[in-house]
Design a protein around this ligand. Structure first.
Ligand code: SIN
Length: 526
């Protein structure tokens, strides 16, 4: 046991994507905010989002239509109230993003609106095909100038601290034990409230569109501290990652299909035509499964996205980044097709929250991909995630400010620096094994047998001591991989519990929907 440096703040925010930054800006209206990020502040999932933000702002659109499309995608598991808040508040929140300096693409003075699968109207606000990057730029600029927000980069949350409220038996989150990744030293932060906005867990899978930071830390941290998680079986695979996908696949936005591009086999067959009335613009789960099926059947390494129906000028104006990435790989769009495969993209479940971002652990809030607000149900509608992040970060910040006077600082009494192993398995090897097994056994098409095998293998990996390679980045790496094995076991547990197929969870062992038994969330509490 030893003492470590202690910082104190009103509100601790973990994560610097759209949810963390929005929350920080709002919470700073009434509190001191300390924002931590484990790498540089721009290394977030948000920064890579191409598609955009869905919101009912067009004259021919309405929150009611947006609600209908969201509920339909969610396959019966969306929480009606959560969706209602999303679609009702959405237009105000996107206008607020524009007020904060986000330069959305415009046409004749109004927001230019794109189309994506499952949307009955054009409602995707975007900044060409770099929407997330533009949002991140504008919000970071607003945060940088703010006198009540302090940002610490290269600071990793090792564990959340919990304690009892003075005079009460109720446990609550009281701050965090942190690792200064550059300096290699531990510290403690005592806070009145904590917001987790750490993003998702795409790195659990061999192929993913997510950057290396997406190791699911927040989910594991929240669960270990006692907060409930839900619906982790619903992992969204994006149908069109560029082949070869590698470990961080380049995404080819669904908006490209929204402009008319068509998925074909390598010999030119429009294989989605007979599968869904919307063809290549069918819901993501349908398209990803159809591609997976086609590739298993044919043995081909990829299918092709035929962009030839989209005029070259339109490609240049709307998809400059995608066109440049294709050109780098020697593919001239729209003349030549883009080779694509599915890749893990988004985690629909997360830390269970109410409509104000409160988790089941008092003082701990969550927003963005790490949270399960009930908006997505069993399948997320495209471009609803950035909207959910901004709407629910706003609501969580408002609620945090209301509750702050009840949440006193509880100084951490014993400050224990964790002991780290110098022996043990190489974290990178364990991670690679985990990603392969999740891809093979807990992927797009599941079965009882493969899930049971995954449970055994994950529990073996989770029990494997991990070697830290030094005090700073090496220690963080070992902890990240420990978080990943913990999280993988939660995903497998959720998947084994749902003995039906619904939305993103498809199992050959139970291919039908069973609403009598499973029209409910899969909730796990520590
Ligand atoms: C995309 O651009 O296809 C991704 C949008 C999303 O995942 O919502």
């Amino acid at each position: 046991m030893s003492d470590v440096e202690v910082l104190e703040t009103d509100v601790l925010v973990v994560g610097s994507g759209i949810a963390g930054l929005t929350f920080a800006l709002k919470a700073a209206e009434g509190a001191e905010v300390l924002l931590l990020t484990k790498k540089g502040r721009v290394e977030t999932n948000t920064n890579y989002a191409q598609g955009g933000v869905a919101a009912a702002v067009a004259p021919d659109d309405s929150p009611a239509l947006h609600r209908r499309d969201t509920l339909l995608a969610g396959a019966g598991l969306c929480h009606a109230r959560a969706v209602e808040e999303l679609v009702r508040e959405g237009p105000d929140r996107v206008r607020e993003l524009a007020d904060w300096g986000v330069r959305f693409s415009r046409e004749r003075g109004s927001f230019a609106l794109g189309r994506e699968a499952g949307h009955s109207r054009r409602r995707i606000l975007h900044a060409a095909d770099l929407t997330g990057h533009e949002i991140e730029r504008a919000l970071l600029a607003a945060v940088a100038d703010h006198p009540r927000i302090r940002v610490l980069e290269d600071h990793f949350v090792w564990e959340l601290r919990t304690g009892l409220d003075p005079g009460s038996w109720r446990s609550r989150c009281t701050g965090a034990l942190t690792l200064d990744v550059d300096g290699g030293s531990f510290g403690a932060i005592d806070a009145r409230a904590v917001l987790l906005a750490t993003g998702g867990s795409g790195r659990l899978y061999r192929h993913t569109t997510n950057p290396p930071i997406a190791t699911g830390d927040g989910l594991a941290l929240g669960y270990e501290a006692g907060a409930a998680v839900a619906n982790l079986e619903f992992v969204q695979f994006h149908p069109t990652a560029m082949h070869p996908a590698g470990s961080q696949a380049f995404l080819v936005s669904e908006a490209v299909r929204g402009e008319g591009a068509v998925l074909r086999t390598r010999d030119g067959r429009d294989f989605l035509k007979g599968i869904h009335p919307s063809g290549s613009l069918a819901p993501r789960d349908v398209v990803a499964r159809a591609i997976d099926d086609e590739l298993r059947r044919s043995g081909e390494p990829y299918v092709e996205l035929d962009v030839s129906s989209v005029p070259a000028a339109r490609v240049k104006e709307r998809f400059p980044t995608i066109a440049a990435a294709c050109a780098e790989r020697g593919i001239e769009v729209p003349a030549q097709p883009i080779p694509v495969v599915p890749a893990a993209h988004y985690q629909c479940g997360g830390l269970l929250t109410d409509w104000d971002g409160r988790t089941s652990l008092r003082g701990l809030f969550a927003a963005g991909e790490v949270a399960c607000t009930g908006v997505h149900g069993a399948n997320r509608l495209a471009s609803n995630s950035l909207l959910e992040a901004v709407v629910y970060a706003h609501r969580a910040a408002r609620r945090t400010l209301q509750e702050l006077h009840d949440l006193e600082i509880v100084p951490s009494s014993a400050r224990v620096v964790p002991s780290l192993d110098d022996d043990g398995a190489d974290p990178d090897e364990v991670e690679n094994g985990l990603r392969d097994l999740m891809w093979e056994k807990v992927g797009i098409v599941r079965s009882d047998e493969r899930l049971a095998a995954a449970r055994e293998e994950v529990s073996h990996l989770a029990a494997t001591p991990l070697r830290r390679g030094g005090d700073g980045p090496g220690a963080m790496r070992a902890r990240e991989v420990a978080f990943m094995t913990r999280l993988a076991s939660l995903v497998v547990r959720c998947a084994l519990r749902r003995r039906e197929s619904r939305g993103l969870h498809y199992t050959e062992s139970h291919p039908q929907r069973d609403s009598e038994r499973y029209l409910r969330d899969t909730v796990l509490a520590a």
